[in-house]
Design a protein around this ligand. Structure first.
Ligand SMILES: *[C@@H]1O[C@H](CO)[C@@H](O)[C@H](O)[C@H]1NC(C)=O
Ligand SMILES: *[C@@H]1O[C@H](CO)[C@@H](O)[C@H](O)[C@H]1NC(C)=O
Ligand SMILES: *[C@@H]1O[C@H](CO)[C@@H](O)[C@H](O)[C@H]1NC(C)=O
Ligand SMILES: *[C@@H]1O[C@H](CO)[C@@H](O)[C@H](O)[C@H]1NC(C)=O
Length: 334
């Protein structure tokens, strides 16, 4: 019948074609929707990746310990060397030639770039005797700085005898001033250069950093800068006199790296390591004379400031039952 009615034939053909076109249009619209959803997901994924890259990830952080000489740092570093294999992190010593505590600007930049970009070494702990390097100055994320400081006069006297008599860590090593038997009291009373109170100026410049004023003994700006850095740029600063607590807080804060470190510290011989031989306590007369020094007064003020901050953190840490969680999250997470 259709064969005999060309008009009906046309009509059916047109209807059939329209149906096919409509079908494909619907399919096409569905595909476009899918593409849009996928594109949106890709963007969201990239954004998430960006956030992750900027965050402190348990396996992706850098610790810097710019140790001040004669603060008992060797035993702490020893613990990290013992644990690094088990806890899967790296420990690196930063060796600066000629024992200089200040890095040239180009070496600072090289160091900052290398530490930031060296992904395969992370998590990592870098330690060395250098002044605070300000990473944010070079436009990169800040690392986690840690440090340990000691009562300034104790540190100074320990250093004085250390260069004369060495310590029980490497007793065979002949030290720089070996054979010099002048006592610390005698040195101070005769105002000899080895016990010049300006040489006490060391913990402040280590925290102050790479500015000219940092290295001027008794400079008030340097003291304030050191305090500011301690609070704003250091994760934790402990004291030699309370090293157990320092390790304990680190272990609770960064368990991936420091897991087991307090137990190891207390049960290995690390806690008795490295005592300077032949240390004599200074006389009252010596202390009275040295206290006149602005450098010592400021170093003492800085030590007390650090101690106060450390005790504050320690006190909060005793609330180990303290819990932190999120609630009332709106709109609801899917
Ligand atoms: C630092 O490197 C120098 C030169 O390579 C070396 O002589 C010195 O022993 C190193 N210092 C330490 C503490 O290892
Ligand atoms: C950082 O420095 C070390 C030692 O020079 C080198 O082996 C390493 O490849 C450097 N890493 C980067 C990311 O530049
Ligand atoms: C710490 O070490 C102990 C035993 O070595 C292990 O059972 C525990 O899961 C570790 N904790 C972390 C946070 O790595
Ligand atoms: C500490 O103990 C280790 C072995 O556990 C030993 O080899 C080392 O000589 C000891 N160090 C000191 C200073 O006693």
């Amino acid at each position: 019948m259709i064969m005999h009615n060309p008009r009906l034939g046309y009509l059916i053909a047109i209807i059939a074609i329209s149906l096919i076109v409509t079908f494909y249009q619907i399919q096409f619209a569905k595909l476009q929707d899918k593409i849009e959803t996928l594109e949106r997901n890709i963007v969201r994924h990239d954004q998430q990746k960006l956030v992750l890259n900027n965050n402190v990830n348990d396996n992706d952080f850098v610790l810097i310990y710019n140790r001040v000489p004669k603060t008992g740092s060797t035993s702490f570093v020893g613990v990290t060397y013992d644990l690094c294999k088990v806890n899967k992190f790296h420990v690196l010593h930063v060796n600066i030639t000629a024992n200089s505590h200040i890095l040239s600007l180009d070496n600072q930049f090289k160091f900052v770039k290398n530490v930031t970009n060296w992904k395969s070494i992370k998590p990592a702990l870098y330690h060395g005797h250098f002044a605070f390097v300000d990473f944010s100055k070079f436009g990169v994320p800040k690392p986690l700085y840690i440090n340990i400081i000691r009562k300034p006069l104790d540190r100074f006297i320990s250093y004085y005898y250390f260069v004369r008599y060495g310590d029980n860590f490497r007793p065979y090593l002949i030290r720089r001033k070996h054979g010099n038997t002048v006592s610390f009291d005698e040195c101070v009373s005769k105002s000899l250069p080895d016990c010049d109170p300006n040489n006490i100026w060391l913990q402040i410049p280590f925290f102050c950093g790479h500015s000219a004023n940092c290295w001027k003994p008794g400079n008030k700006w340097a003291l304030n800068e050191a305090k500011k850095n301690l609070v704003n740029n250091y994760l934790l600063v402990g004291v030699t006199e309370e090293l157990n607590d320092f390790i304990d807080i680190l272990e609770h804060t960064l368990p991936t790296v420091f897991n087991g470190s307090l137990h190891h510290y207390l049960n290995s011989n690390k806690s008795h390591l490295r005592q300077t031989v032949q240390k004599e306590m200074p006389s009252e007369k010596t202390i009275v004379k040295l206290r006149q020094s602005m450098a010592l007064q400021m170093e003492n003020e800085f030590y007390e400031f650090a101690l106060d901050q450390f005790h504050f953190i320690k006190k909060q840490g005793k609330k180990r039952i303290q819990n932190l969680m999120y609630e009332k999250i709106k709109p609801k997470l899917i």
